[in-house]
Design a protein around this ligand. Structure first.
Ligand code: HEC
Ligand code: HEC
Ligand code: HEC
Length: 131
């Protein structure tokens, strides 16, 4: 009798443990779905190839900042010949939404909140602002 108690008790513990991720997710409404990023409606191409943007947009932004602010070089010629102003809010946020694009992905991947917004403006928050 004793042994049975141990066996069934052990089995129960095992089952609870093994299925833990399933009911934890059910209870906390967790999801493994990637975030729904709002993509620009009328645009097909970013300022650089998408693969590059996915991995290296922070580097691109830093390059823009340094060359614009230090070297007074404000024009960025894209890989496809299009020319963009090296502006953080002024260019990126003309196509992208900070809240529905940048923030959603940063929150999902657990990235540090970029401190850039301490100074740079989200044009969506300020009517008539020049970003
Ligand atoms: C002219 C409009 C436009 C501008 C300006 C622009 N983007 Fe994009 N961006 C897009 C489009 C369109 C896509 C999706 C491309 C695709 O689906 O292949 C994209 C994709 C991306 C992606 C990849 C997202 C993903 O999940 O695939 C990142 C990151 C990104 N952009 C960041 C930026 C940053 C940072 C800037 C400013 C330096 C910027 N974008 C400027 C239009 C733009
Ligand atoms: C598809 C996911 C994704 C999207 C969309 C995205 N980012 Fe990022 N971003 C990342 C990841 C991943 C990092 C790296 C985080 C880290 O190193 O901790 C990052 C880092 C950054 C950094 C560097 C932060 C730091 O303190 O080092 C900046 C600046 C930045 N992103 C700006 C933007 C802007 C502006 C947009 C919207 C135009 C954007 N990102 C959209 C994934 C994304
Ligand atoms: C302490 C305030 C401050 C912070 C924080 C800050 N910037 Fe800036 N940034 C400025 C100022 C001021 C300029 C110069 C604006 C001008 O001359 O038009 C500038 C210019 C830039 C430019 C070129 C011009 C423009 O209008 O966009 C880029 C690109 C840029 N910053 C990117 C970034 C990024 C990316 C971050 C975060 C990783 C960041 N900045 C954080 C103050 C700041």
């Amino acid at each position: 009798m004793r042994e049975k108690l141990w066996i069934y008790g052990g089995l129960l513990l095992f089952l609870v443990g093994v299925t833990f991720p399933v009911w934890r997710d059910a209870i906390t409404h967790a999801t493994t779905q990637p975030p729904a990023l709002e993509m620009p409606a009328n645009q097909k191409q970013c300022v650089a190839p998408t693969d590059y943007m996915l991995t290296s947009h922070m580097k691109l932004l830093m390059d823009w900042r340094t060359s614009a602010v230090r070297d007074n070089n404000w024009k960025y010629t894209s890989f496809n010949g299009k020319v963009y102003q090296k502006r953080f809010s002024g260019t990126c946020l003309q196509c992208h939404s900070k809240a529905k694009f940048c923030d959603r992905c940063h929150t999902y991947v657990g990235a540090r909140t970029p401190y850039c917004w301490n100074c740079h403006v989200d044009p969506a928050l300020v009517k008539g602002a020049t970003p």
